[in-house]
Each structure stands twice: as structure tokens, then as C-alpha cells.
Design a protein around this ligand. Structure first.
Ligand code: RP5
Length: 166
């Protein structure tokens, strides 16, 4: 998944079972041509690797980390505890509580250690990527133009929506 240019956004998730949701973040980054990487890093099952990833993120040039996890979703918060690179948290739907557990685990960070938390599931994953794009677009006019075009296309699609007769 790693690209040739310098990786700007890291996408991590607690399990390969999160991929179904998190692939939507990766697809959006690819749509905008953002150099990224994607891998499994489990907070509970790979704590040393998680700490190493967070500790080295800034020095490696990452400008944002998109972190998805389900259930007791500690990955985004623990990454945020170890780096000042912005962490965008995606609650992955869980088997028993439909991702409400994931959402609450990610969103309720203590004051001083922020995780920007998105919607549960696919929309959250895509929007986390779009937020990373917007952050990068602050210093990249070509990327900003692409993002404006994306929004225009979306608006045009909504305007052309019709409803079936009653
Ligand atoms: C979390 O536990 C992962 O993020 C995943 O959402 C959940 C279940 O993981 P698996 O049992 O499918 O590996 O750590």
C-alpha cells in the first residue's frame, strides 16, 4: 500500500476485520492522490509496535494518522497520547453493540489529548480522509482546488436528484 513519494497520512486499524470499513479512508486518499500507508496495529495485541508507530510518526513526516478500531477502541487515543501528529479516529462497527462502544471509547478523551472523532463506519472513514485532505490543502493550492471540485461534483449530484412519483 506504501507509495513512492513521502508518506503523509498513515491509516492504521486494530484488526484486518476493520478493513471493510477502513478501506473507504484509503480509497478517498487515493482519489486525491495523497501518499499514504495502511497497516494493522492493535493497541491491545501489539502495544510496543503501536508506541513505536506513534513515537516515530512526526519524524517520518506523517501529517495525520487515521486510526480505526472497534469495541474497546483504544488505538486512536493511545496513538494520540504518544504523538502530536493529529489523530483522526474512526469508530468501527462492533459485533454486539453496533459500534456505539467504539464511538464512546474514541470520543471521550481527557482534556489535553485530542482525537478528532468521526461517524461510525464507512462515512466516518471517508470523512476522516477528507479531513486529512483538507488539512493538507491548507498549504497546497492544487489539492485545495481538487477538494473544491469534489464538493462541486457532490452538489451537482444532489441537485440532480429526483424522487419517484407517489
Ligand atoms: C479491535 O477489536 C479491532 O479494531 C476490531 O474492530 C475488534 C475485533 O477484532 P478481531 O477480533 O476481528 O481481530 O481491536
Amino acid at each position: 500500500m506504501e507509495q513512492t513519494s513521502k508518506v503523509l497520512v498513515g491509516v492504521v486499524m486494530g484488526s484486518s476485520s476493520d478493513w471493510e470499513v477502513m478501506q473507504h479512508a484509503v480509497a478517498m486518499l487515493e482519489q486525491f492522490g495523497i501518499a499514504h500507508e495502511a497497516q494493522v496495529i492493535s493497541a491491545h495485541r501489539m502495544p510496543d509496535e503501536m508506541f513505536a508507530y506513534a513515537s516515530s510518526a512526526r519524524a517520518r513526516g506523517l501529517r495525520a494518522i487515521i486510526a480505526g478500531a472497534g469495541g474497546a477502541a483504544h488505538l486512536p487515543g493511545m496513538l494520540a497520547a504518544k504523538t502530536i501528529v493529529p489523530v483522526l479516529g474512526v469508530p468501527v462497527p462492533s459485533r454486539y453493540l453496533r459500534g456505539e462502544d467504539s464511538l464512546l471509547s474514541i470520543v471521550q478523551m481527557p482534556k489535553g489529548v485530542p482525537v478528532a472523532t468521526f461517524a461510525i463506519g464507512e462515512a466516518g472513514a471517508a470523512n476522516a480522509a477528507l479531513t486529512a485532505v483538507a488539512m493538507l490543502a491548507a498549504t497546497d493550492d492544487a489539492l485545495a482546488a481538487k477538494l473544491e471540485e469534489f464538493r462541486r461534483t457532490q452538489t451537482a449530484a444532489a441537485k440532480s436528484m429526483t424522487l419517484p412519483p407517489v
